[in-house]
Design a protein around this ligand. Structure first.
Ligand code: HEC
Ligand code: HEC
Length: 259
């Protein structure tokens, strides 16, 4: 049995009361939790995609892509509705910059989007699938922030990885990966991903969410053997397999179809 001191009890009651007062009223979603906002999802209220996009653009220049994306959505909720949104330690999201501390793994805008979707959606996975697939195949950025610093040419990321997304844009634009233009491109992209995320969350809140970017069947085929339950269950993932595995081994049972 865990021993709880009187001071701990008073402390947590004080916290709960404090958050309740800030919120004005305690939403039923929090009434049953031990502390306010401990359980996810938090209630989502529909937001204006353009307002959130603009926040994403400016947030990028404060603490980079993941912070820009996450603080666009959750910061807007915090400004409009207070607790629990305002209590989220948003600054931590700086970790996702440059695909997590510069490792160029998952695009920070996508990482921030996935975090906010998990925080706010009653059914997050299909929303993340749709967002990631859309990002992978679309010519982006397609949203131009109001006070853009430069013109930015769009490119197709081909992958949710920062490394591939940035590399392809550098190839299309001719700018280097540490240029001001590349930063601006990622700021636009952050705005664009924030806009799309809110559009998807709004659609889901209205009961109108309908994914239009399924995982391509070429990838599904590979997953059929290499994925969960397949005959050689030795991989996971939904990224394009043939982007990295360009040539099938000689004795491979099927020819590779490129995505
Ligand atoms: C019909 C089942 C099947 C499908 C579909 C399939 N594979 Fe395979 N794959 C295999 C088998 C079996 C092996 C050999 C496994 C072993 O010996 O470890 C293999 C081996 C591989 C290897 C490892 C080669 C090596 O060097 O050991 C890679 C990479 C691979 N497959 C990629 C893919 C990709 C990419 C796709 C989709 C384009 C795909 N596979 C579709 C059955 C499949
Ligand atoms: C971002 C690049 C990338 C993507 C995307 C990717 N792979 Fe790989 N994959 C690798 C690397 C790198 C290895 C490790 C190769 C090694 O150790 O020799 C690997 C290993 C594998 C292996 C084991 C090969 C072996 O040595 O036996 C299989 C099978 C495989 N991948 C299949 C897939 C399938 C199927 C997909 C799509 C769902 C996929 N991969 C997507 C990069 C990738």
């Amino acid at each position: 049995m865990e021993r709880v001191t009187r001071r701990q009890v008073i402390g947590s009651v004080g916290l709960a009361l404090g958050a309740g007062l800030v919120a004005g009223r305690v939403s039923p979603a929090f009434a049953k939790t031990e502390g306010p906002g401990r359980e996810v999802p938090w209630p989502y209220r529909q937001l204006d995609p353009e307002v959130v996009a603009e926040r994403g653009y400016h947030g990028y220049y404060k603490k980079h892509c993941m912070y820009g994306m996450f603080s666009a959505v959750v910061g807007e909720l915090a400004d409009r509705f207070g607790a629990p949104y305002q209590n989220f330690p948003m600054d931590m999201m700086e970790y996702g910059a440059g695909g997590v501390a510069g490792w160029a793994t998952l695009c920070g805008a996508l990482n921030g989007a996935a975090a906010s979707i998990y925080l706010l959606s009653p059914s997050p996975k299909p929303v993340i699938d749709e967002l990631f697939s859309w990002y992978t195949v679309s010519e982006l950025p397609e949203y131009r922030p109001k006070n853009a610093k430069f013109d930015i040419v769009p490119s197709v990321a081909g992958s949710p990885l920062c490394h591939v997304s940035v590399g392809r844009w550098c190839e299309v634009s001719g700018f280097s990966s540490f240029s001001k233009q590349r930063s601006e491109r990622c700021a636009w992209l952050t705005a664009n991903v924030a806009k799309k995320t809110v559009e998807l969350l709004n659609a889901q809140a209205q009961g109108k969410f309908a994914p239009v970017h399924p995982i391509p069947k070429e990838i599904q085929e590979c997953r059929g053997c290499h994925g969960k339950g397949g005959e050689v269950e030795n991989t996971r993932g939904k990224m394009s397999c043939t982007q990295c595995h360009q040539q099938e081994p000689e004795d491979h049972p099927v020819p590779f179809k490129k995505t």
